[in-house]
Design a protein. Structure first.
Length: 253
């Protein structure tokens, strides 16, 4: 699938988690998230155990807590949504610090925060221990539709190219004394966005022609095929299996 490049989410290492095949880690994270989402929200203790499981994986992968916490900031919009739930949800209300809060809204906010945070943390750990190229190979190994894998591959490859084009356009504007200070400058920004779209479209055409001239027929060649042993599958699935045991206890207790 071609040579990849390290993303800023990836943290280079040689831990047992880094050495696991990518499709094993993808399956384990997906199963873990499904188990977490299936847990009843009233089992508060279960989410604490899930957090401990992820902390154990992070320690095994040698991913520092600060590195993980910084990347959890991506869920801030969901936090803002959860904060509003106690004020807009219906049902019985309770008083807290002079505020009338919905009980169902409080449970809903906790549900969103707990499950969302655990899902994002698991995804960040996956990205921290797996290179982007390996993730694409893992998706291919899991028999994801080839067209989706190709779209993801092109998005990853040329996302940085378009970002660099935006940076050069910004530098060009600023070198000419332009600063966006209000609504009157929106026209210039809109023109820049249009120019960026045209440049990206033209570059896409050139890339497609280059690929066709090199024999591209609708599918990318697989340069490296990753296989996994039974032991590696066992190690990878230890996390979702432990989470499943916690989930079952949450439903029965």
């Amino acid at each position: 699938m071609g040579a990849g490049h390290a993303h800023r989410l990836y943290r280079h290492g040689h831990s047992p988690v880094h050495r696991l095949p990518p499709h094993c880690k993808l399956a384990a994270v997906l199963a873990f998230v499904i188990v977490v989402v299936s847990t009843p929200r009233e089992a508060v203790w279960a989410f604490g155990l899930y957090a401990l499981l992820l902390a154990g994986v992070a320690r095994l992968a040698r991913v520092p807590a600060g590195f993980l916490l910084k990347r959890l900031l991506i869920e801030v919009p969901f936090v803002a949504f959860a904060v509003l739930l106690p004020f807009v949800a219906r049902g019985p209300h309770t008083e807290f610090l002079g505020l009338s809060l919905s009980v169902n809204g409080l449970w809903g906010a906790f549900n969103v925060l707990a499950k969302g945070t655990l899902g994002v943390a698991a995804s960040v750990l996956l990205a921290s221990t797996t290179e982007l190229r390996e993730l694409l190979l893992g998706l291919q190994r899991l028999r994801l539709p080839p067209m989706l894998v190709q779209i993801a591959s092109f998005m990853i490859r040329y996302g940085d190219v378009i970002a660099d084009e935006m940076r050069r356009m910004r530098i060009a504007r600023e070198s000419r004394g332009f600063e966006a200070r209000g609504v009157r400058h929106w026209g210039v920004l809109a023109a820049s966005a249009g120019a960026l779209f045209i440049r990206s479209y033209e570059r896409g055409e050139r890339v497609h022609l280059a690929m066709m001239s090199r024999g591209y027929s609708g599918s990318m060649p697989v340069i490296d095929d990753v296989t996994a042993s039974r032991a590696q599958w066992t190690h990878a699935l230890a996390l979702p299996v432990a989470a499943l045991a916690v989930c079952l206890l949450g439903w029965t207790l």
